[in-house]
Design a binder for this molecule. Sequence first.
Ligand code: ADP
Length: 472
Amino acid sequence: MKVLFATAEAAPFIRTGGLGDVAGALPKALKENKVECAVILPLYADMKAEFRNSLQFVGSTTVALSWRNQYAGVFKSAVDGVEYFFIDNEYYFKRKGLYGHFDDGERFAFFSKAILEVLPLIGHFPDVLHVNDWQTALVPLFLDCFYREVAEYKNIKTVLAIHNIEFQGCMDKSVIGDIFGIPESHSAIAEYRNDANMLKAGIEASNKVVTVSPTYSVEILDKFYSYGLDNILEARKYKLSGIVNGIDVNLYNPKSDKALFKNYDYRNYGQKKENKHGLQALLGLPVCDKPLIGMVGRLTTQKGIDLVLAVIHEILEKDVQLVVLGTGDWKFENALQEVAKQYPTKLATAIYFSGDIASKIYGASDLFLMPSKFEPCGLSQMIAMRYGSIPIVRETGGLKDTVIPFDPVEGTGVGFTFKSYNAHDMLDAINRSLACYGDSKLWRNGVVKNAMKQDFSWKKSAKEYIELYESL
Ligand code: ADP
């Protein structure tokens, strides 16, 4: 079986979040299961020179977008036997940052059309085109509108993966004709509530829709989670399912992670302490053995930062330290930095993006706080567990699917959870986790052991994706 994985970002080339991680790991796992999987993404100016210089030129063609005819060059590279193809167009992609430009709709409509246009050039006509999020959600519609008459395209099946329904690619509806070039016969598919909506077009036009955890696939049928698309999804429930993401267990491995002060695994869990002391010294906190709570992630409402701020004094008045790494809404960044000034011995903030510090926090922390309002899958809680940092999470989306609550009587479970989006319920979960931490035997032989022994590799999920492709 041949699969083409279309994405706006892919590790190790360029990545800003979870989608990049998935695009770096799932294709490899599919390949290990004998699926011929290639990946296609834009060639951004922001890609590091070391990768840029290793690319090979494949060829070029022209992509029609309504009345425009745009150049599309194709470059390629390979990682672990998986081929990565890059669409080159300097007008669209020689810019700072991947997203957030005024013409993102046009940029990713171009990329989506280019994916289909270059199939003969790359010599990879897939059985399944797996597209991801709003940036490539127009591919199934373009396929139906412009390519189905061509023999090689006739039987291509499409899967749309939704990594976060908050981002839909909405813009003025004039773009449907003037930029996307969608004929009037099909324009209603790309329109929703009097706007153009790229994700909605993908939900309608693809053969299957998959979210990155089973719980999220049910949650988005509810208005609280759907960002307006619940009725569209409800009508297409028959093709909706959820498969939880894995993580790259070679990359995220406390035994070999070079960013750590001291490598360790479950057997020598005691050495984890050296990472705590190293991080405390690095971030200017007193070096001690107090329980350390870590947070790594975008500082946005999605991640539950408002809950943390609502009870931040109650948290910091406990005998704990808290370390937060992240960037996002300036109001959350500022608020955290202000509190850090009041509690210099208890709270350290790192308001930037650093994979190195992220690893150090996973390695140093005893507890990992992730009280998300919604969480399509979440990778951070899985990485944390692998590093023996026990998650405290709200039971939503992928957090609910991956963090089974610890039961001290049965000795089962991997973390501490709460249900309602409520700061004091979160505080209660923190209290329960600290009580457990205080019982060192129960801690190490119970919850830490369970968490560190979990298999978060892509093996199981890759098989579920293959079943999904085969069902098509
Ligand atoms: P999302 O994709 O919603 O941002 P995920 O939990 O799925 O959240 O993935 C976030 C990934 O990005 C994790 O690998 C996490 O470690 C990493 N990450 C988030 N913020 C930062 C940061 N400021 N510095 C380094 N890594 C970060």
